[in-house]
Design a protein around this ligand. Structure first.
Ligand code: 2P0
Length: 346
């Protein structure tokens, strides 16, 4: 009995213009467009192998060596889309094995500790969709595949592309125009670096999905954010990336992180993701930029207290020097290629 296999990797992406809010919770359709930077394949990534065989009795997933369920509505939505596309290919070429009818065994591994407190669902769903699409020999159109990954986890759609990526929110009710597109490849701005500061590896207080719904339902500030602030910022950030303009990119990134955490605080009851260490990091970055007389470092925070600091390589000594001097030079720093370092700081 044959076993068919394919593998793929997808890196973690870190949003610089945040996705926060859904207009459709089943299809993961967002209330605003977003932008992110996908880290390099050599950094934090998920490696997934998908196998299909007539001999398999049920769909199964091993995540970091542990058997996990594939039963969630989101995973099933991804698998159903991929199987439907494969069935179309099989209809047009009757000589192909009927992989769409076989069960799948999926093995997925992150090359970063799950305990590092870094979101892994984006890389996870992107790698899952990418590996199965490869196994099924589907056209490698990343924007098309991004629509499938989006149903797994919204932010996953952006990890199908490397470099600078936009998730266009779209207008259609069926989500067919809510997809990721490339803004620029990583090679467009090879000196862009990120340092990750792991402030806490605790499980987050409020999961993103329910946090977003709470914000959409209760925050007054949120309407202002999605109608006035983000649409303008989306265009400005794309222009700043195209022009390799770090100062504008950095300012917009920091302001958008602050705006996202402001709507969290404006939710009722409020959602707190930043802690005192996060706030120290924010102050430190502003102090550094003030000393320099220009923006050379930009922080951003997701649904937790961990910081990502973007900077241009030319300023690495200054930025990392400050972080080292503040959070300690010895031990605990993991070196990666694009991510300069990540370390647990408390
Ligand atoms: C982002 N976050 O743009 C934003 C910023 C967190 C803060 O995308 O419900 O795990 O699976 O669509 O993608 C986290 O939300 O949420 C997220 P679901 P997801 O990266």
């Amino acid at each position: 009995m044959s076993i068919f296999t394919a593998s793929s990797t997808a890196p973690v992406n870190i949003a610089t213009l945040k996705y926060w809010g859904k207009r459709d919770t089943l299809l993961n359709l967002p209330t605003n467009s977003s932008i992110s930077v996908t880290l390099s394949q050599n950094d934090l990534r998920t490696l997934t192998t998908a196998a299909a065989s007539e001999a398999f009795e049920k769909d199964q997933l091993w995540l970091n060596g542990k058997l996990e369920s594939l039963d969630s509505v989101r995973t099933q939505a991804c698998l159903a889309d991929l199987r439907r596309l494969r069935a179309e290919v099989e209809t047009s070429d009757a000589s192909l094995p009927k992989l769409s009818q076989f069960k799948l065994h999926i093995v997925s591994e992150n090359n970063f500790p799950t305990a590092a407190g870094l979101a892994s669902s984006a890389a996870g769903f992107a790698a899952l969709v990418s590996a199965i699409a490869k196994l099924y020999k589907l056209p490698q159109n990343m924007s098309e595949l991004s629509k499938i990954a989006r149903k797994g986890s919204g932010s996953a759609c952006r990890s199908l592309f490397g470099g600078f990526v936009a998730w266009e929110m779209g207008e259609l009710e069926n989500g067919e125009d809510s997809k990721a597109v490339e803004v620029a490849p990583l090679s467009h701005w090879p000196t862009m670096k990120a340092a990750i500061l792991v402030v806490s590896d605790d499980k987050k207080d409020t999961p993103s999905t329910s946090g977003m719904q709470q914000t959409v339902a209760t925050s007054d500030l949120f309407q202002h954010r999605i109608t006035e602030v983000v649409p303008k910022r989306f265009e400005e950030m794309k222009r700043a990336i195209a022009a390799n303009d770090f100062e504008t990119f950095g300012e917009l990134t920091m302001k958008d992180s602050n705006s996202f955490h402001a709507v969290c605080l404006d939710s009722y009851p409020p959602i707190f993701y930043l802690n005192d260490t996060s706030k120290q990091i924010i102050k430190l970055v502003h102090r550094l930029n003030e000393q320099e007389g220009k923006i050379i470092a930009a922080y951003t925070f997701d649904a937790g207290p961990n910081a990502v600091i973007y900077y241009d390589e030319v300023n690495e000594a200054k930025v990392l020097g400050l972080l080292y001097s503040y959070f300690g030079a010895v031990g605990g720093w993991e070196k990666h290629e694009e991510v300069a370092a990540y370390k647990k700081v408390t």
